[in-house]
Ligand binder design. Structure first.
Ligand code: PMV
Length: 315
């Protein structure tokens, strides 16, 4: 028996970090995907093959014994086998178009696709349960995840997400074009979130104020999207970047990239945890060309992305 699923990566357009503390965020899925295939095997072992490593192991091991990059996959396979009779095992293969550690949702897309592929080996479960499983799997690498990334990878399109309010679709961004530029430095979401937690501990009132400011920006976005006002969305992205800079998740490289993006597009900001990773720009009236050329001239890897509206797909 064989079951496959794919899910898109994502960018965070508004509200990263503040979402961890209850503020709403806006994310969109992008047209770069992770595909996961799961097959039942007769070996009684869990076997994983991905560009981030491979593993062949019996089920039932403590998750801390597993290499971090493979933990979500092992967790999902182990959970599936624990609920079954018999001596079967599971093979998992991952193919990804998304660079890891860049804030583009490679691990979340992998968790969503793997949760669907592995659970597809058993009796059918609702999509909501697939999302819960994906978030539990992601928690094996970052226990404090807000769950926003998995929701975006699962749903596709543009979503508004908050920890207590869940997620809702706020459009497909028709006519919007994104440019994503990579600083070339990988980041660890957990450690940048930890740094922000320390900033918050030392600057409680200022942080609360920024949470409210970031939340206020989010509230303005659905109306702008509905009117197709890319310039308005870009202006709010630039304001959101200022909040991110103030909480200390930018650096000189990211500042330079944001300057390039803001000079050549409607708006530009860090996407994801920061400290490294990527900058996302909303292309201006001249299309993606000016931002792409600006990043290329400065030596940064970059690409045009469009908004994925498929979300999770099974095959
Ligand atoms: O893993 P990244 O770089 O996409 O960042 C995740 C977004 C954070 O808000 C920083 C953390 C979270 O769980 O929402």
């Amino acid at each position: 028996m064989r079951s496959g699923a794919s899910a898109p990566g994502k960018v965070i357009l508004f509200g990263e970090h503040f979402v961890v503390y209850g503020a709403p965020a806006i994310l969109c899925a992008i047209d770069r995907r992770v595909a996961v295939t799961a097959s039942a095997n007769g070996t009684g072992r869990i076997s994983i093959s991905s560009a981030l490593g491979s593993l062949e192991s019996p089920p039932g091991r403590g998750i801390s014994e597993i290499a971090p990059a493979l933990r979500p996959l092992y967790f999902l396979a182990d959970r599936m086998l624990a609920g079954r009779q018999g001596t079967g095992g599971i093979d998992i293969t991952v193919e990804s178009e998304i660079p890891p550690g860049a804030g583009l949702g490679s691990s979340s897309a992998c968790c969503v696709a793997a949760a669907a592929a592995v659970s597809g080996l058993g009796s059918r479960i609702p999509r909501g349960r697939v999302l819960e499983l994906a978030v539990e799997a992601e928690q094996t690498i970052f226990a404090g995840t807000s769950g926003a990334d998995c929701a975006a990878c699962m749903h596709g399109g543009i979503i508004r997400y908050s920890r207590d309010g869940g997620f809702s679709s706020i459009g497909q961004g028709r006519g919007f074009s994104l440019v994503i530029a990579d600083s070339g430095t990988k980041h660890s979401t957990g450690s940048v979130v930890g740094t922000v937690g320390r900033f918050r501990g030392e600057n409680r009132a200022e942080f609360e104020g920024m949470c409210r400011e970031a939340a206020g920006l989010v509230e303005g976005v659905p109306g702008l999207l509905a009117r197709g006002d890319a310039a308005g969305v870009g202006r709010l992205m630039n304001q959101n970047q200022e909040c991110l800079r103030r909480i200390g998740v930018s650096n000189t490289t990211l500042d330079e990239m944001v300057r390039i993006g803001q000079g050549a597009a409607h708006g530009a900001k860090i996407t994801g945890a920061g400290g490294g990773g990527c900058v996302v720009c909303l292309a201006g009236p001249g299309g993606p060309g000016p931002a792409l050329r600006g990043f290329e001239r400065a030596g940064y890897g970059c690409f045009e992305a469009s908004i994925d509206c498929r979300g999770l797909d099974t095959f």
